[in-house]
Design a protein around this ligand. Structure first.
Ligand code: ATP
Ligand code: MG
Length: 434
């Protein structure tokens, strides 16, 4: 990818344009980390870029951004531009094609405003970005208040970069995001989702959520999480603190390989504890798994997550209290759970829930893990279908309906339990029914 982006820069320069690597990739290079992608800025206009490169997609041509596909990689190539007027706090009303320095100055933070010429190996720093990378400081380019009023997402991005890069705020950055925290409520669900995903998948999601809470941003983005603060847990099981502390400790236990689904399920597994809190013979939160699944569905829907994603996260949350029940259940039914597509997510929630509890007791989890691993070996992708709905209807002289599905389900469970092995067994079992 790096070589291909170098080729593109070479090509643009050979036609007399200036061209640089820009933004995130230059920052990551200076930090000694692997850039995720190489964005290119150039004096070439969109039409010229399209002419020069074979495969292009005009993803943001009105803003001067062309996507180029080369050697199986994607590159955003953007014409130097400055933005004028942000009446909606999001998108510039108009853009003007201009020179490199103006383009650097329209960017959000100094650390994201650097250009690098990969051929001359020369850094172009119009914003003192190099110094701020060395000092590990998140500092707005220009006046923080104006920059936040232009695009409110920058509040969230400041928090995101601080947590994923492990930087600190410039004092003016902190003051400004705190002062304008309420504006984060106006950011669209999609844009929030993309930044929150980066926070939750980063090395320090706890820092991100704590910072959002501290600056007042969380109140406007996911107020349901703020509610976890100060909600007591029964001391005989939880020494870690309140539900917020528990949730953060759960999140902290996740490893880099965990998926976004697993992360969001862990974050929201107890989100309904404030709502269901009750003092009975001890502190209880009756039905909190089901309620949490409902609340998570609402929140993720607000954040414009895809339907399937929401359903899967909600399923794991809804069942996060079922560990004992699954261990004790009859083999066939148990194996049906194991074959559920999101069962690995549920296992992650079970485990994180324990890791987030002080003292942690993994006894039950280890038992379930053993049964699950053994079953996985035996099951593969699960038994194949031995009998069709049509055959069931014919044997029993039934008409189509929910009952047929129930019978097929039961056959499946008995297959999983090893009671039905062949088509003959299945037919015999169906025939023996009332
Ligand atoms: P990552 O490595 O997470 O992708 P990045 O710095 O590449 O980080 P992007 O969101 O991909 O971040 O944006 C690319 C560049 O575009 C940024 O480095 C920054 O210069 C500029 N940019 C992105 N979003 C904004 C914004 N909301 N306001 C101003 N500049 C922005
Ligand atoms: Mg990027």
């Amino acid at each position: 990818m790096e070589n291909t982006s170098l080729e593109i820069v070479k090509l643009l320069k050979s036609k007399g344009h200036s061209a640089y690597w820009a933004g995130g990739c230059v920052r990551d290079m200076l930090l000694g980390t692997q850039p995720k992608d190489y964005d290119i800025v150039t004096s070439a206009k969109p039409d010229e870029i399209e002419k020069l490169l074979e495969h292009t997609i005009p993803i943001g041509k009105e803003f001067g951004v062309i996507l180029a596909v080369k050697n199986g990689h994607h590159f955003e190539i953007a014409t130097f531009r400055s933005d004028s007027g942000y009446s909606d706090g999001r998108r510039p009303d108009a853009i003007t094609f201009t020179h490199a320095e103006d383009d650097a100055k329209r960017r959000d933070f100094t650390i994201n405003g650097l250009f690098f010429d990969p051929i001359e190996k020369k850094l172009h720093d119009f914003v003192d970005g190099k110094r701020d990378i060395a000092d590990k400081i998140i500092k707005f380019i220009g006046d923080p208040h104006e920059r936040i009023l232009e695009d409110h997402l920058r509040i969230i991005r400041a928090i995101r970069f601080k947590s994923t890069l492990d930087f600190q705020y410039h004092p003016d950055t902190y003051k400004a995001i705190k002062h304008h925290s309420h504006l984060s409520a106006k950011v669209s669900g999609e844009r929030l989702r993309d930044e929150l995903n980066k926070m939750i998948a980063g090395d320090n999601p706890i820092r991100a959520f704590s910072d959002m809470e501290d600056t007042g941003v969380l109140q406007h983005v996911i107020p349901e999480l703020v509610e976890l603060k100060g909600v007591a847990q029964p001391l005989e099981f939880h020494h870690e603190g309140d539900v917020w502390d528990h949730t953060m400790q759960c999140l902290k236990s996740l490893q880099p390989h965990h998926t976004l689904r697993e992360r969001w399920a862990v974050l929201f597994h107890d989100i309904a504890k404030p709502k269901t809190f009750a003092q009975k013979e001890r502190i209880r939160y009756d039905k909190h798994p089901e309620e949490s699944a409902k609340m998570a569905t609402k929140i993720l829907d607000r954040l414009k997550f895809p339907r399937a994603f929401i359903k899967e996260v909600a399923w794991a949350i809804e069942h996060h209290f079922n560990m004992k029940q699954i261990i004790e259940m009859e083999k066939g039914r148990q194996r049906k759970w194991f074959l559920h597509k999101e069962f690995p997510t549920l296992m992650t929630v079970f485990k994180a829930d324990i890791a987030g509890t002080t003292p942690s007791d993994y006894t039950m989890f280890n038992t379930l893990s053993e049964i699950y691993e053994l079953a996985k070996k035996e099951l593969g992708d699960g038994p194949k279908k031995l009998i069709t709905g049509e055959e069931v209807m014919e044997i029993l002289g039934m008409s189509p309906g929910a009952k047929v599905g129930e019978i097929l389900d039961e056959i499946h469970e008995r297959q999983l339990a090893g009671e039905i092995k062949t088509k003959k067994d299945a037919i015999r079992w169906v025939s023996g029914r009332e």
